[in-house]
Design a protein around this ligand. Sequence first.
Ligand code: MG
Length: 247
Amino acid sequence: MTRILVLSLLALLAPSCLVGQWPVHSMDRPRPRVVDPGPERPAVPAPSDAIVLFDGRDLSLWMAARDSGPAKWAVRDGYVEVAAGTGAIRTRRGFGDVQLHIEWATPAPPAGEGQERGNSGVFLMGMYEIQVLDSYQNVTYADGQAAAIFGQTPPLVNASRPAGQWQAFDVVFRRPRFAPDGSLRQPARVTVFHNGVLVHDDVAITGRTAFGRSARYEPHADRLPLSLQDHDYPVRYRNIWVRELPE
Ligand code: MG
């Protein structure tokens, strides 16, 4: 009887135990199934209480993350394009809990493979990356494909559109909470829709984004700038807005 009970308990616990078992960037980790999100859509207008961070005209609300100088990415035709080698850009003001809408497109025709194909990233609080990558018919490790919480959690499905088409992330982000002594009280949590398809459902972020090793938390301010990654590919962004959420 006891043995049956123990086995039943193990069976119940097994799925959650397995979640954290994949080594970072494991190529063996199952890749999410592909879902066609439907055709490319026009830009989604910002709601009335949103802070529009980029409306297609200028980067006045952004700066170079490297030296806090002017953001050097190229603005044209209603979008901003990564200028390779100029580094990440970040918002002038900081944010905590937010709803974020951001649209992006990777270079077409696609070139390269794996992580070397339209790589960029949306860094919430400048620390927690939602991966931007051309993941349309492009194999990479599951925790590094488009919409992954990079190095941590693959998206539930791969809802990528082909290179060159506009895609969208809609994100609900709850920042981490730290105790006065700097210890972690609550991890950050995130819900993400990729092209309208749910890919993260209130998932805990395990720490600051890291490459090739497990993430961990370091205490930080309650509000920090949103940043976009320069990974040397001319990825485009447009229509970026946030709504600050009550804490
Ligand atoms: Mg990236």
